[in-house]
Design a protein around this ligand. Sequence first.
Ligand code: B12
Ligand code: SF4
Length: 510
Amino acid sequence: MRKLKVLLVNPPVLVPKGLLPAFPAPLGLAHLAAALERFDFIDVSIYDCLADLSIKQELDNGMIRWGRGSYELINYIAQTNPNLLGVTCASSDQAESLHLVTDAAKKVAQAGEWNLITVAGGPHVTASYEDIMMDHSIDFCILGEGEFPLYQLCRCLVFGEPVTEVQGLVYRDYSENVNTTPMGDFIEDLDALPIPAYNMISMEKYIRGVWYGGQVVNLPYAPVFISRGCPCRCIHCMVPKIFGDIVRHRSIDNVVEEMEKLAYRYGVREFHFDSCHLLYDLNRAKVLMKRIIEKDMNISWCWHAATVPWHFDDELVNLMKRSGCYQIWLDLGCGDQTFYSDVLKRPGDLESMKGWVKKFRRKGIQVRGIFQLGWPGETRASIRRTIKFASDLKLDEARFDPVLPYPGTELFDLCVKNGYLKNGLELVDLSRGSAVIDTKMFNAKEVDWFKDWAETSFTWKYLMARPKMLLQAVFTFPISLMFRPRAFSQRARDIGRLWKERVSDRKEEF
Ligand code: B12
Ligand code: SF4
């Protein structure tokens, strides 16, 4: 039987000049490859453009493209002659790289006169497939969870089955109209999925944390997924669109088996749980932690996506510590309960977090906070409440980011509907770290200013609550000044603004 050659591509990444790329393993592709590998009629491999970050290209728009580009892709595709090329697009700010890959691929295939089918998938594709299909170098888009539809599409190409049977497929009909087939059921039993094909990506580099911006205390590290889907409706998130609105968990045995394999094969000593749902079901979480302790796995782990304050209890905090947890990231978005529940539509009680942060920190688990500023409908008062809340939480660190509307989210639709993206939105601007939304209350520039203000204000309160560190800062400040005059003038300006803001705050009535 003829085998279908499938090449899955992890595209190069665009990063603003001056910043280093921080891109972790392409888990989506590793999942897809593992799922396809099981079928005799498919020969699947992954081409990871990020396997070589010594290749860089400076672009006119102030971005650097890191990783293998068109030239390397063209050579590789010409040598391997795949029948189907699948490209992932993890986030919308990287859309340009998706088109770069499919464009290069189609050109080689046309020159070599062989028929190459290109398929795009991933979060951005699920969000913006109509725009994506305007590019004729892309034949199909697959929406949401990709394992089953991609397998179905491979069957169509080999056995001549009709593509209209493939679930969640976007295709052009004979009149060039773009059509979509209904998305089918999600994979109910996640244990039925094989362990991701780590052997097909540059795992040795990813686990060393070389391209990862987060903190790792115990290299090598690896991310592990415990669930898919979410019943919540947070306005900034499109997870329910990708994986559905019911949480599907992997069994604890299955999760632990993957962790053990990663530890055995790659010497992984630290695990990152990047799912909002690690503590969604308290009992399951406890069983996982007990298992790690019983097996004496001797690992460290952190929870990166604590977007929602699910219920905690004292036993859980103990188990977290004993099983190796050293850090959690609380990505709460804002610190104003009414705004948090009514506008951001997030579940949970923010006030309860104060006590829990204390308990986590007492146990030696660091708590970092991430907040976003400039939500539509947010007022100066709610921003101030967020900053106060962040300080009151007594976090180890807080980060304040501008709110960014990613296509596919309710937030994006809201911004478009109300004309909050006044200057239009270049997708690449979502990666620059600056605000892009002009709400009724503030323009994007003001939001960037609030971000500086929030950071300065938090640092100030943080130091005031820690006299030892304040003293240290007073001594090291003059020295750091000599080396970082620009940083100093920036901070001095922030403090000036902060002072002005405090004065004008008193005059304001909310
Ligand atoms: C872990 C995570 C991160 C990690 C690692 C990201 C990574 N690239 O691996 C970190 C913290 C670094 C991160 C950063 C960011 N992230 Co993030 N992240 C996630 C998270 C929680 C899981 C991603 C993951 O590994 N999923 C597991 C794999 C198996 O799923 P998957 O990649 O989606 O692949 C499946 C399908 O999408 C599909 N598929 C994927 N590729 C392909 C290709 C083909 C050909 C086919 C057919 C199918 C297909 O099939 C796969 C298997 O079912 C998701 C939310 C979520 N739960 O999915 C957000 C998410 C992907 N992130 C998001 C965003 C916005 C970002 C940031 C831009 C945030 C920021 N402002 O900095 C950055 C950008 C980083 C980047 N360019 O990748 C958004 C993307 C939304 C959008 N429209 O762009 C998501 C969806 C969360 C949200 N808010 O809705 N992120
Ligand atoms: S942010 Fe987390 S809790 Fe909210 S919808 Fe997304 S996955 Fe669900």
